[in-house]
Design a protein around this ligand. Structure first.
Ligand SMILES: *Cc1c(COP(=O)(O)O)cnc(C)c1O
Length: 380
């Protein structure tokens, strides 16, 4: 029963904006903090708002348990360090979110964690596993190329070789894909900042997995101080209610835009696995539910970098923006912004051409958005 003797359940869960709690006495407090009795002790250990969010996140990911974090990076940091020790090797996909690439190349080596990069294909992963490889990290849909990783094949390799597999599923979301349903997948991470929150109003992350591993991750999140704030947990809980509605609309518009761009004379290449001609189309169709392929795509104009910049600046419905995942359509130029941490050689190896434009499709009227791209391409 909610506090204050109110029998009616609120439709919208309350936000528990309290950092700490009062107890009946010393014994009560000792029982709760020693986990002999259920209860709450301190904000960093989670509160009832977190519990409500964790139930939803676990259910969406078909996981036994979930934990929410102060950011997607906090989720990846705690999730990965729950599996890795000094002297271990982490094998990661070459095309990664820029912040993750920075964590793996700038921070982990200082703690004695060796990191190497491979394309997200089963054979390449199998060949690169070393005796000290403890974990493999992939993003289902690589940002910003939107190639589809071989999560099923890599899962089989990881299961055979007894290596943990962490899947960053931020871009497909559980609406399209639930990696934990595949053999060999150990943990799923999301930046809830993006589609789960869905409104560009919070920074947050999540990790889901088995109860046993999530217990370890919960304790590590407490020790590392990476747990989500209560208000952000509440915003994620509020936003996630419309995940399916938003994704359904945004994926449908993205497919329409991808088709329009692919048929345009000024466009050299479109990165969107929903197009039947895309090299990953069949893989995407086998992994993703409901003939949907995500709300993000990339394109390159025949006129290259300069033409791409002119087109982006001419957009009026979509805007140049730094992130994605909300109802607002945003475009960006990864080589000079989100993926600036990579050297030119690293970008080439990751397939991020200098002329590549990333599009995050929002919830605007599809006809307005497509018309906007067509008028911008005229000016490119
Ligand atoms: C945004 C993002 C992250 C990091 O999330 P933050 O909330 O910005 O820390 C990690 N992975 C992917 C795929 C992302 O898009």
């Amino acid at each position: 029963m909610p506090p204050g003797g109110i029998a009616e359940q609120p439709v919208s869960p309350p936000i528990w904006l309290t950092s700490d709690y009062l107890y009946e006495g010393l014994e009560h407090y000792a029982d709760v903090i020693n986990e002999r009795r259920p209860g709450f002790v301190y904000g960093r250990y989670g509160n009832p708002t977190h519990v409500a969010l964790h139930r939803v996140l676990a259910s969406l990911d078909a996981a036994e348990a979930a934990w929410s974090f102060a950011s997607g990076m906090a989720a990846l940091n705690t999730g990965l360090t729950s599996l890795l020790r000094s002297g271990d090797h982490l094998l990661a996909q070459r095309t990664l979110y820029g912040g993750t690439f920075a964590l793996l190349t700038k921070v982990f080596p200082g703690y004695g964690i060796d990191v190497s990069f491979v394309p997200a294909e089963a054979e390449e992963v199998a060949a690169a596993i070393r005796p000290n490889t403890r974990a493999v990290l992939v993003e289902t849909l690589a940002n910003p190329t939107f190639r589809v990783s071989d999560v099923a094949g890599i899962g089989k390799v990881c299961a055979q070789r007894d290596v943990a597999l962490v899947v960053d599923n931020t871009i497909p979301t559980p609406y399209l894909f639930r990696p934990l349903e595949l053999p060999g997948v150990t943990l799923v991470a999301h930046a809830t900042t993006k589609y789960i929150g869905g409104h560009s109003d919070l920074i947050g992350g999540s990790v889901t997995g088995s109860r046993e591993l999530m217990d370890r991750i919960r304790h590590l999140a407490i020790d590392q101080g990476t747990t989500a704030g209560a208000f952000e947990a509440w915003l994620a809980l509020r936003g996630v209610q419309t995940l399916a509605l938003r994704m359904s609309r945004q994926c449908a518009t993205a497919l329409e835009l991808a088709r329009t761009l692919a048929g345009h004379s000024k466009v050299a290449e479109v990165g969107y696995a929903g197009l039947p001609a895309h090299p990953d189309h069949e893989r995407a169709a086998s992994l993703f539910h409901g003939d949907r392929y995500g709300a993000m795509l990339a394109f390159t104009l025949r006129g290259g970098f300069e033409a791409g910049l002119r087109a982006c600046d001419a957009l009026q419905v979509a805007r140049v923006g730094s992130s994605f995942g909300s109802l607002r359509s945003q475009v960006c130029h990864p080589a000079t912004t989100s993926h600036r941490q990579l050297s030119a050689e690293e970008r080439t190896a990751a397939g991020i051409g200098d002329g590549l434009i990333r599009v995050a499709v929002g919830g605007e009227d599809p006809a307005d958005l497509i018309e906007d791209f067509l008028q911008a391409l005229e000016k490119a």
